[in-house]
Design a protein around this ligand. Structure first.
Ligand SMILES: Nc1ncnc2c1ncn2[C@@H]1O[C@H](COP(=O)(O)OP(=O)(O)O)[C@@H](O)[C@H]1O
Ligand SMILES: [Mg+2]
Length: 221
């Protein structure tokens, strides 16, 4: 994924960032830190094609998002991007297998293939025997593991996570992040994770701080 010259102001006019450049290679995990309100979630939404920028562009596997119409951008997002949210967004009255299979159902694969791939992803996050269980019975850490499996099941080129461990205790957060990092690297996706956690920063290949001038490499610890 490549970002060049990205600029964004909030509707009121305040500038969040400008001239923002970023390149994340396949299998690389980049952590983004920064103060609350600085624009981290806004940046991730732009990377996902959910929000527009005022200038600059995002390319995913060489495809520039700004060159696509809404339908094409939605298709690219479904097929090539995975997203993990702080609030899990797991559906409680579906089984774990059904939750993980959702992205595959959207891109039309046959039922047997969908189930097999969902089960394989559940295995990769340590929930391989739990596919028939209901998501409502899970702990927070388990829910986020299901969310990671769901975000990776369609083998996206880009995986984005917005404070994925914000609702977890530090111990569970560390485990979930290690698993997330492994999944990104093994899946060969470009990974971008927004975090407050120092643990995440240590697991990532690079840590960048978001400021009004763009992303700044951090070298403090
Ligand atoms: N739809 C919106 N309208 C007006 N301001 C917004 C909107 N969305 C976000 N903002 C503002 O943009 C800034 C950046 O928000 P956000 O990207 O959520 O920051 P972060 O994730 O770094 O905490 C905040 O000051 C927020 O108040
Ligand atoms: Mg945010």
């Amino acid at each position: 994924m490549t970002v060049r010259g990205l600029a964004k102001s909030v509707p009121g006019g305040r500038r969040l960032f400008a001239g923002l450049d970023l390149a994340v290679t396949a299998g690389e995990l980049v952590a983004i830190v920064g103060e609350s309100g600085v624009g981290k979630s806004t940046l991730l939404n732009i990377l996902a094609g959910l929000d527009g920028s005022d200038a600059g562009d995002v390319s995913i596997e060489g495809v520039a998002l700004c060159a696509l119409d809404d339908t094409q951008r939605t298709r690219l997002r479904r097929e090539r991007i995975g997203f993990v949210f702080q609030a899990f967004h797991i559906l409680p009255y579906l089984t774990l297998r059904q939750n993980v299979a959702l992205p595959l159902a959207l891109v039309s694969a046959d039922a047997a293939t969908i189930d097999a791939r969902a089960d394989a992803m559940l295995g990769a996050v340590g929930l391989g025997s739990r596919g028939d269980g209901y998501a409502r019975d899970l702990s927070g850490g388990e829910m986020q593991r299901v969310a990671i499996a769901r975000a990776l099941v369609h083998r996206p080129a880009l995986i984005l996570a917005d404070e994925p461990t914000g609702n977890l205790d530090p111990d569970t957060a560390g485990k979930v992040l290690a698993l997330f990092a492994d999944a990104v690297r093994q899946g060969g996706a470009a990974g971008v994770v927004v975090t407050h956690s120092r643990t995440t920063a240590r697991i990532a290949d690079r840590v960048l701080t978001l400021t009004a001038e763009g992303l700044v490499e951090r070298h403090d610890d």
